[in-house]
Ligand binder design. Structure first.
Ligand code: AMP
Ligand code: ZN
Length: 471
């Protein structure tokens, strides 16, 4: 599979360290609020990546953290802790907030067919690991104590901006979001590994450490949780594009300084879901959730299809009109699949040819929109229904759009509707009209048709015989 690697800025052949296992790490949600459908775009595309890797023959071990401490209002080290902010907003404890929104996150994931990672680790579970990494960085001279906090010293690095050659002025940590610069920092990009001198005396969660009672910075948690479960060599690290700087940049700085060697080979970044007003964001307060879509009558599968129809490295603009188009496309797909008949032999040659298009789409930097087109190609193909149904089931291992079960439900609903409308007397009259037509007794056939019409019944002649419906 070729994937775009943010680290090298080009598409590269994906080759894991160990041929049979892919070690994949995903930045999990900060659980101070519901995930919005932008966050979930990132998780949908990461889910497709994991499933595509499994589909093409790899075993994937995937780990995700749950950020329940340490993520401050700015992605750098300033502002209030987001968890504390959530707890204040809802007059609950931080742990209650974390539990509630973690459950809500996984419930949304389930609705969107996003597989739960093999390991899900809350950040508050790994304090010993953070302390160990921070102490090692101090011992190696890669970190320093200042004003009670422990900072990573970015001047010890050969290269700090690994993803982009950023304009340093634009990215100067501490001057973003109108917050004051931290005077303890030796270099403006230095970041906090461990806080003890929080500006917020009432920080809810604090732990003892060699540097005083405090709490970890946000970036350290992903390095430690990844290493705890996936070891020192990571194959692929995922996240939304906003995580590239400073979060992933800092993860790399501290992980490689700690390990003394390269840490992760591939970086997979999903671009944003935007609205007319720019990036959808939790901190803006107004955002769309899966529950809200459901309340408005949208099937979460239509949102999943909406995401799959565009490439993960392009910004995606959300509008109700765009979502309605995805709904129409989903309903049409399902209706078409519902007409396919079970049974018969699979035509292997056709199967292989059509599958190849799908596999090529995935292998070409996870081109999900072309993969969806490959699905349309199946429906248009000249092969038999058995082959089509087998291909749809096969593709849906990756697309996870519930295609076959939705088609089955549609057929069931139709059958139920027909059963509810069943009327043996009218069936008998329709049959009598068919007989009369066969016997060329057209006067009688017309009489029956008129009688039914007077009773509000319309006869529809189809290649499968005469049917009727109430008008
Ligand atoms: P958070 O819960 O804020 O830590 O974010 C969870 C994930 O969603 C991270 O991988 C973010 O990079 C990603 N993310 C945040 N905003 C958006 C957006 N508007 N579109 C897509 N992904 C996003
Ligand atoms: Zn992370």
């Amino acid at each position: 599979m070729y994937l775009y690697n943010s680290l090298s800025h080009k598409k590269e052949l994906f080759v894991p360290n160990h041929p049979d296992e892919v070690k994949m790490y995903t930045c999990g949600p900060t659980v101070y609020h519901y995930a919005h459908i932008g966050n979930l775009r990132t998780y949908i595309m990461e889910d497709v990546l994991e499933k595509a890797l499994c589909y093409t023959g790899y075993n994937v071990k995937r780990v995700m953290n749950i950020t329940d401490v340490g993520h401050l209002a700015s992605d750098a080290d300033t502002g209030e802790d987001k968890m504390l902010k959530g707890a204040r907003r809802e007059h609950k404890t931080v742990m209650e907030i974390a539990k509630y929104y973690t459950d809500a996150f996984f419930s949304d994931c389930e609705k969107l067919n996003i597989k739960r990672p093999d390991v899900v680790e809350p950040a508050t579970n790994c304090i010993d690991e953070y302390i160990h990494m921070v102490q090692t960085l101090l011992d190696k001279g890669k970190a320093y104590l200042a004003g009670g906090n422990v900072y990573f010293d970015t001047s010890t690095l050969d290269k700090y901006y690994v993803f982009n050659d950023h304009d340093e002025e634009d990215l100067a940590v501490g001057v973003r979001e109108g917050v004051e610069e931290d005077a303890n920092k030796r270099n403006k990009n230095d970041f906090v590994l461990w806080f003890t001198k929080s500006k917020f005396e009432d920080q809810a969660l604090k732990w003892d450490s060699p540097w005083g009672v405090g709490y970890p910075g946000w970036h350290i948690e992903c390095s430690c949780i990844s290493m705890k479960h996936l070891g020192e060599d990571l194959d692929i690290h995922c996240g939304g594009i906003d995580n590239a700087f400073p979060h992933h940049t800092n993860e790399i700085a501290q992980s490689e300084s700690y390990l003394g060697h390269k840490w992760c080979n591939y970086w997979f970044h999903v671009h944003h879901l935007n609205t007319d007003n720019g990036k959808m964001s939790k901190s803006k307060g107004e955002f769309l959730t899966v529950s809200l879509l459901e309340q408005k009558g949208y099937d979460p599968m239509a949102y999943r299809l909406f995401c799959l129809q565009s490439h993960y490295r392009r910004n995606l603009v959300f509008s109700w009109e765009n979502l309605d188009n995805a709904v129409a496309a989903y309903d049409k797909l399902v209706a078409k699949i519902a007409t396919l008949k079970q049974g018969g032999e699979i035509e292997q040659e056709a199967f292989d040819k059509l599958k190849e298009r799908f596999v090529n789409a995935l292998n070409g930097d996870l081109n999900t929109s072309v993969a969806v087109t490959a699905l349309y190609d199946v429906l248009k193909a000249k092969c038999n229904d058995a082959t089509k149904l087998a291909l749809i089931a096969d593709f849906d291992q990756v697309l996870s759009l519930n295609l076959l079960s939705a088609a089955e439900k549609l057929n069931q609903a139709k059958a139920e509707e027909e059963a509810a409308n069943a009327d043996p007397e009218i069936d008998a009259l329709v049959a009598a009209r068919t007989e009369a037509k066969k016997a060329k007794n057209f006067a009688e056939a017309d009489r029956i048709r008129d009688e039914l019409k007077a009773r509000g019944i319309e006869i529809i002649d189809t290649p499968q015989g005469a049917k009727w419906r109430k008008v």
